[in-house]
Design a protein around this ligand. Structure first.
Ligand SMILES: [Zn+2]
Length: 110
């Protein structure tokens, strides 16, 4: 009887040198990266690859070079940068910034 956890795993069969069919477990593809705030799908980041496979890629193939690339989508990034500019210009207090944006506004300020 196979292990209970093995029963739901995806399987493939490989023929060994001795001619026997050996069962191997194949892992599924990884999902697409999503924006940390609105969960919109991020562009320019690899999907369907494991962490080790991503590490083997060139740096430029891992993520775009924009601010918060691979973390926030373009709309949320624009929102965070605009809020940071308002705080910088003292048009808005940091405490008045939307709570979920505060972390990113702080990073923009550096
Ligand atoms: Zn977003």
């Amino acid at each position: 009887m196979p292990k209970r956890s093995d029963r739901s795993k995806k399987k493939k069969f490989r023929r060994t040198a001795s001619g026997k069919a050996k069962r191997i477990f194949v892992k599924g593809k990884t999902g697409k990266h999503k924006c940390a705030l609105c969960e919109r799908i991020l562009h320019g980041v690899p999907h369907g690859k494991t962490g080790a496979e991503v590490r083997k890629l060139a740096k430029t193939k891992r993520r775009p070079t924009a601010l918060f690339a691979g973390v926030l989508c373009n709309k949320c990034r624009a929102k965070a940068v605009a809020e940071a500019a308002k705080v910088e210009a003292k048009a808005k207090k940091f405490e008045e910034v939307e709570l979920r944006l505060q972390k990113y506004v702080k990073q923009v300020k550096g």
